[in-house]
Design a protein around this ligand. Structure first.
Ligand code: DUC
Ligand code: ZN
Ligand code: ZN
Length: 430
C-alpha cells in the first residue's frame, strides 16, 4: 500500500447554479461523498455570485449548504461576476480577512464575464490583500462570432461546441490575462488549461519569474473533441469549456504536468444529469450553445492520474502528490494544515492499493450524475482507505463519516512581495 496525503480537489462546482440557473446534480453531500471515495479529504467548491447578488449573501448560502452536508473539509473560492464598488471596497476585503482568499473571474459566458478594467481592479485588490485570482481564459467575442456563423448555417450539434471554443480563443485570452496580471504585478492562476499554446504562455511567464500558475484537468488528458460527436445527443455529456481537444493537445498537457507548467490538477467537476434538470434543460435536442457546460470527475480525478500518469511512468509518485494535493494547499493557503503528512498537520491520508484494478462504471461511483465520461476504462491503483482528520472516512467500500462532519477551512495568503526571478528555467520538449 502507499500512504499518501489525501487529495485536495481545488476546482469543483458543487450545489451551484450555472449562469443560466441550472443547478448542479451534486450537492455538498453527494459531492463530498464522491470526493471522499475518490481519495480526497479536502475540496474547494465555489460560492458563485450572479449579477446583482451580494457576495456576502452568496457566501452565506454556500456556507449553510456545506455546513449540514459535507463529509470532508472544505474551503470556498468565490466567483465574482459583478464587481461593484460595494463588492470591491467592502465585501471582498472583509471576506478575504475571513479566509475566502481566492476568486475566479470569467472572460467568457455572457452572464459571468467581466471586462479588462474589472479584472485589473480584482487583480490589484488581490495583490494588496493577499488573495489569488483564478481566470477562465477564453475570448468571448471569438467564441460568439464563430457560434453565430455555425448556427446560421445549421451546424448546431454538440460537436460544434468544440469548434466554437477554438484553441485560439483560449490561448489568446490566456496571454491577455497574463499581461493584465503583469501590469499590476499580481499573482494569477489560469484554470482548466486544455491546449498547448496557453500552456506555453504559462511556462514562459513562469520562466520569466512571474507569479503565474496553471491548472489542468482529467478531461484534457483523457477525452477529445471526437467524444462530442457521439451518437445523437450523447455528445452533450462531453460539452465543457474549454472543450476536450485532440491527441496532440493531450500530449502537450501531459508534458505540462511533467515540466512544471501546471501546479494543480483539479477535476472541474461540473455535474449535470443527462435529462431535463441538466444537459437537456432546453429540451431533448438543444443546440450546442444551449447545453449546460461541464463534465463530472471528482471521484475519478486521482485514480485516472495515478493509473495513467504514475502507473504508465509519465509522472512520478512525488509529482502526483504535488499536483493533486500539496501544491493546491500551498497556492490556496491550506499548508501546513492540509496537503502533507507531517507532525502537526491534519491526519488526512489516502491509503492506495497500487495494484488494484477497477473497470469504471458509473454504478461504482457516488455522485448523482447518472453517467461518467470514463465508462469502461480499466484503471490500476485505487484509494482503498481514506482518513480525514484521523477519522476513518472510507473503508471497505463504505462511508464511515457523518453528513455535515466536514469542517470549513479559512485560508490565508501572504500579501508580502514575492521573490522574483528565482524559478528554474524549464524548456518544453517533445
Ligand atoms: N466550464 C466552466 O467554466 N465551469 C464549469 C464547467 C465548464 O465546462
Ligand atoms: Zn471555468
Ligand atoms: Zn469550473
Amino acid at each position: 500500500m502507499l500512504i499518501l496525503p489525501g487529495g485536495i480537489d481545488a476546482h469543483c462546482h458543487i450545489e451551484q447554479e450555472s449562469s443560466t440557473r441550472i443547478m448542479t446534480a451534486d450537492d455538498f453531500y453527494s459531492g463530498s461523498v464522491s470526493a471522499a471515495f475518490g481519495g480526497n479529504t479536502t475540496f474547494l467548491p465555489f460560492a458563485a455570485q450572479h449579477r446583482g447578488q451580494s457576495l456576502r449573501e452568496v457566501v452565506e448560502t454556500a456556507r449553510d449548504r456545506a455546513r449540514v452536508k459535507s463529509v470532508i473539509d472544505y474551503g470556498l473560492h468565490l466567483i465574482i461576476s459583478d464587481p461593484t464598488e460595494k463588492v470591491l471596497e467592502e465585501e471582498l476585503p472583509s471576506l478575504i480577512k475571513e479566509g475566502y482568499t481566492s476568486f475566479k473571474v470569467y472572460m467568457t459566458y455572457e452572464m459571468l464575464k467581466i471586462n479588462d478594467r474589472e479584472i485589473l481592479d480584482i487583480l490589484a485588490l488581490a495583490r494588496k490583500n493577499g488573495a489569488m485570482t483564478m481566470v477562465h481564459a477564453e475570448n468571448n467575442e471569438v467564441i460568439t462570432w464563430i457560434t453565430e456563423r455555425l448556427l446560421t448555417r445549421g451546424y448546431d450539434a454538440p460537436k460544434f461546441h468544440a469548434v466554437s471554443h477554438t484553441p485560439i480563443a483560449e490561448s489568446q485570452a490566456s496571454r491577455h490575462a497574463i499581461d493584465l496580471a503583469r501590469l499590476v504585478d499580481a499573482p494569477l492562476l489560469i484554470v482548466h488549461v486544455s491546449e498547448p499554446e496557453a500552456a506555453r504562455a504559462i511556462l514562459d511567464a513562469r520562466n520569466n519569474g512571474l507569479p503565474i500558475y496553471g491548472e489542468t484537468c482529467p478531461q484534457y488528458l483523457f477525452l477529445t473533441a471526437e467524444d462530442l460527436d457521439k451518437n445523437g445527443m450523447e455528445g452533450a455529456k462531453y460539452c465543457c469549456s474549454p472543450p476536450p481537444r485532440d491527441k496532440e493537445s493531450q500530449e502537450a498537457i501531459w508534458l505540462g504536468l511533467k515540466n512544471g507548467t501546471f501546479q494543480v490538477f483539479s477535476s472541474d467537476h461540473a455535474p449535470y444529469r443527462f435529462d431535463e434538470t441538466g444537459k437537456l434543460a432546453a429540451g431533448p435536442n438543444p443546440t450546442f450553445p444551449q447545453i449546460a457546460n461541464g463534465v463530472p470527475g471528482i471521484e475519478l480525478r486521482l485514480p485516472l492520474l495515478f493509473s495513467e500518469g504514475v502507473g504508465k511512468g509519465r509522472i512520478s509518485i512525488h509529482q502526483f502528490v504535488a499536483l493533486t494535493s500539496t501544491n493546491a494547499a500551498r497556492i490556496y493557503g491550506l499548508l501546513p494544515r492540509k496537503g502533507t503528512i507531517a507532525i502537526g498537520s491534519d491526519a488526512d491520508i489516502a491509503i492506495w492499493d497500487p495494484g488494484k484494478e477497477v473497470t469504471v462504471t458509473w454504478d461504482l461511483l457516488h455522485d448523482n450524475v447518472g453517467y461518467t465520461p470514463y465508462e469502461g476504462r480499466t484503471l490500476t491503483g485505487w484509494p482503498v482507505t481514506v482518513l480525514s482528520r484521523g477519522r476513518v472516512a472510507v473503508e471497505d467500500g463504505e462511508l464511515k463519516v457523518k453528513r455535515g462532519s466536514g469542517e470549513f477551512l479559512p485560508r490565508y495568503l501572504s500579501a508580502a512581495p514575492r521573490p522574483r526571478g528565482q524559478l528554474l528555467k524549464v524548456e518544453a520538449t517533445h
